[in-house]
Design a protein around this ligand. Structure first.
Ligand SMILES: [Zn+2]
Length: 140
């Protein structure tokens, strides 16, 4: 549970860590998730961990990605949303969408969002060779 005073303090703190995450948008997200069955300390720890992770582009992942939550709190979280395009995968870390990013067919911020954006192919991330070399195919 998150009360108004806690939400305001956490929104201000998160804005200081990630200036692009405005206090107003953080208040909206925290109010939307105010009933989460976890103590405020766990919510704050998860939110700060997400804000410190440069790969997290949107603050909504705080409440959907279990990586940021203490072990004791993970069991209390609601189930992760599924990728609308690949329903067997969690939206926040859809392996099929991540493969599309490597192939240059999807922008990195479109993982787990369903539709690929129309237009010309996107260039793969600059470190794709390193990523490929550390993740060999499974069926060789
Ligand atoms: Zn997907």
């Amino acid at each position: 549970m998150i009360n108004q005073t806690q939400a305001q303090a956490l929104a201000t703190l998160l804005n200081q860590i990630r200036p692009r995450w405005s206090t107003a948008s953080m208040m909206t997200i925290l109010q939307k998730n105010h009933g989460i069955p976890a103590p405020f300390g766990d919510v704050a720890a998860a939110a700060i961990a997400a804000a410190r992770d440069a790969t997290v582009l949107t603050p909504g992942l705080i409440f959907t990605d279990p990586r940021f939550w203490p072990e004791a709190a993970k069991a209390k979280l609601p189930p992760s949303p599924k990728c609308p395009e690949h329903p067997e995968e969690d939206a926040h870390h859809c392996r099929a969408c991540l493969a599309d990013v490597i192939a240059g067919d999807r922008e990195p911020d479109a993982v787990g969002k369903g539709q690929q954006r129309p237009g010309k192919p996107h260039p793969p991330p600059p470190n794709w060779r390193t990523w490929r070399d550390t993740h060999p195919p499974l069926d060789t």
